[in-house]
Design a protein around this ligand. Structure first.
Ligand SMILES: *Cc1c(COP(=O)(O)O)cnc(C)c1O
Length: 422
């Protein structure tokens, strides 16, 4: 459920007409609904109310500071994958003891920052990282809470859509290695083996892989207890899918139910790292039709938004619903909706049957709250777009559109070139 809907043929975000926002901030821009975002978080959090748990919102899906403030106010935590994300989470007021840190390549500088900040736990993903952390903790004489991200080795034959929990993936540590590292860790003065984690993939639309993963993690926890290692936290990652087109993702309640059932009463705090399921359908991307270009046998709708703003279609061939901001009776047309970037891969939709649109009209690209702005770039020296948050009948620019000056910020001309110009 979301709060984007037509009223008398005009697209609204909550109680604000999208067209009014476009008039004020220009195009293209991302538009987020406060009510949708807050509701998604509370529904997800509420689903786990029977179990001790922390919902650690995955920053990488969308790290806008205003959204993070909503998470902080809802007593949520953060799942981070870089020093930059740690900075953002703390900056938004998310308490350090609700922050967990995943990622295959944390530098010692990033690890030091995490230790100094006193975060909940660091999920290590390699033997090398374990060694680095061992050295750092001894040097800093700070007790470091550690979890190992294990690779649950979910059978690819039954679940071909799982992309991060396979033996061949770069993520996590295989159980036999993890078990050994846990034992080594427990003899370290400054390392505390407090948790075990996994993250099996993204946009998962069935519950079976989660059941499989949790069942396998439970076995590992019991085995660790056998060695006298009593982990207190089980981090099952994120990955719950959403509807982009006609997918039928599981309800968070059913997800929580199967997790609870698979786990049983083993006295552990559950950590969840949802990203997409919280923010994906809380945002849309608004772009303007520049030109209708007719070539032999093909129609192109050229819009002012491009792959640098929203890369998912180009990168993953992802589908996003595209609707006109003004709903009218129109004939449909099969078109490619493309941006101005000098790449053939620059499209938001290909061979799509869309409402017939005219130049100057506004178009909404739906379900773009997750991995939209977060993955945007300045390619073709395009300024990154504005982000707007609506709450009720008000809207707030939560990130300004970049200026041309922003594009050259940080650049420096070496002195020998300055001299030649003179
Ligand atoms: C990307 C990621 C998430 C969030 O995934 P979603 O599919 O957006 O829920 C959670 N945890 C880790 C470790 C991740 O890499």
């Amino acid at each position: 459920m979301d709060y984007f809907e037509y009223r008398d043929g005009k697209l609204f975000c909550e109680d604000v007409p999208v067209k009014a926002i476009a008039k004020k901030v220009g195009t293209p821009f991302y538009l987020y609904s406060y009510a949708t975002f807050a509701r998604h978080f509370s529904v997800f959090d509420g689903a786990f109310s029977q179990m001790p748990h922390i919902v650690c919102y995955s920053l990488k899906a969308n790290p806008n500071g205003a959204l993070l403030k909503i998470i902080a106010k809802s007593s949520g935590g953060a799942d981070i994958v870089s020093g930059g994300e740690l900075f953002r989470a703390l900056n938004a007021g998310i308490p350090a003891d609700k922050i967990v840190y995943s990622g295959v390549g944390k530098s010692s500088e990033e690890l030091r920052y995490a230790i100094e900040s006193g975060i909940r736990m660091i999920n290590i993903e390699s033997e090398g990282e374990f060694k680095t952390l061992k050295k750092l903790s001894r040097k800093m004489k700070r007790k470091v809470p550690v979890s190992i991200r294990v690779n649950p080795e979910i059978d690819p034959k039954t679940h071909p859509y799982i992309t991060t929990g396979l033996k061949k993936n770069k993520f996590g540590i295989l159980w036999e290695d993890a078990a050994r590292i846990y034992r080594e860790m427990s003899s370290e003065e400054y390392l505390a083996p407090v948790g075990i984690s996994s993250h099996i993939g993204s946009q998962i639309l069935e519950l079976d892989p989660f059941i499989e993963a949790v069942t396998s993690l439970k076995k590992m926890i019991l085995e660790l207890r056998g060695y006298g290692i009593g982990v207190e936290m089980l981090d099952i990652g994120g990955g719950l899918g959403i509807t982009y087109k006609d997918e039928l993702p599981p309800d968070p309640k059913d997800y929580a139910k199967v997790v609870n059932e698979s786990l049983g009463n083993i006295g552990i705090t559950l950590i969840l790292e949802p990203g997409r399921v919280i923010v994906g359908n809380s945002g849309i991307f608004i772009t303007k039709m520049l030109y209708v270009k007719q070539t032999a046998g093909k129609t192109f709708y050229i819009v002012d938004g491009a792959m640098n703003d929203l890369v998912r279609p180009s990168l993953y061939n992802a589908y996003h619903d595209i609707i006109p901001v003004e709903q009218k009776k129109r004939k449909t047309k099969v078109v490619d909706l493309v941006g101005p970037i000098c790449e053939s891969g620059d499209f938001l939709a290909k061979d799509r049957e869309l409402a017939g649109l005219k130049e100057g009209e506004l178009v909404a690209v739906k379900s773009t709250g997750a991995y939209g702005y977060a993955m945007s770039s300045n390619y073709n020296s395009r300024r990154r777009v504005a982000e707007v948050l609506v709450r009720g009948d008000q809207f707030f620019v939560v990130r300004k559109r970049e200026t041309f000056k922003d594009l050259v910020r940080g650049e420096k001309t070496p002195s020998f070139l300055e001299a030649e110009i003179k």
